[in-house]
Design a protein around this ligand. Structure first.
Ligand SMILES: C[S@@+](CC[C@H](N)C(=O)[O-])C[C@H]1O[C@@H](n2cnc3c(N)ncnc32)[C@H](O)[C@@H]1O
Length: 174
């Protein structure tokens, strides 16, 4: 029987944070991906606009929060205090703000906080065959307008629903 978080385990493997890297997760929900990333990354900051979700994510990640390896903020990305240090990785799963044309502020923030050479993984469940096409197009356009480069589209053979992730990078000198 597949784990309920198979898609999030796949995403964590895709992110593959290296020790010492700073990771920002947007729309962390219950904090399952936060926990998987915190096992490997130097520091994880997660934001979710739902205080209920952040409370649940905080409970799940209590030890890492207490150790200072995980921080969680209840705020929409555009309003969140992300500090001044850049992030090596930005990741999200099933957060429409990354491809919704009415949420352009999402990419303004990502472009501001992503380190040179940094990567963004916009992951999502592919509910119907071909549904990833418009997401890939929108992410490429919104990120590209801010000097970021679409570098890969990863198919995720997850169960019970397949996943996909669009990878975007900031060129090392960018
Ligand atoms: C469909 S849920 C996905 C939760 C989790 N990533 C997962 O895959 O299980 C989307 C989450 O993103 C949050 N969210 C949506 N737009 C957001 C934004 N602009 N800034 C921060 N959180 C956002 C919602 O509150 C919700 O918890």
């Amino acid at each position: 029987m597949p784990s309920a978080s198979e898609r999030l385990a796949w995403t964590a493997d895709l992110v593959a944070p290296r020790a010492g890297e700073r990771v920002l997760e947007v729309g962390c929900g219950h904090g399952v991906l936060v926990a998987l990333l915190a096992e490997r990354a130097g520091e994880v900051l997660a934001v979710d606009r739902s205080p209920t979700m952040v409370a649940a994510a905080t409970r799940r990640n209590r030890a890492a929060v207490d150790a200072g390896r995980v921080r969680l903020h209840a705020a929409a990305l555009r309003d969140a205090d992300l500090g001044t240090e850049p992030f090596d990785v930005v990741v999200s799963f099933n957060v429409r703000a990354f491809w919704d044309a009415d949420e352009e502020a999402t990419w303004d923030v990502v472009a501001r906080v992503l380190a040179p050479g940094g990567r963004v993984l916009v992951a999502f469940s592919v509910m119907t065959p071909g549904a990833e096409g418009p997401v890939v197009e929108a992410v490429g356009r919104l990120a590209g307008a801010r000097g970021l480069v679409l570098s890969a589209v990863h198919p995720g053979p997850t169960a019970p629903i397949v996943s996909a992730a669009v990878e975007v990078r900031r060129p090392p000198g960018g």
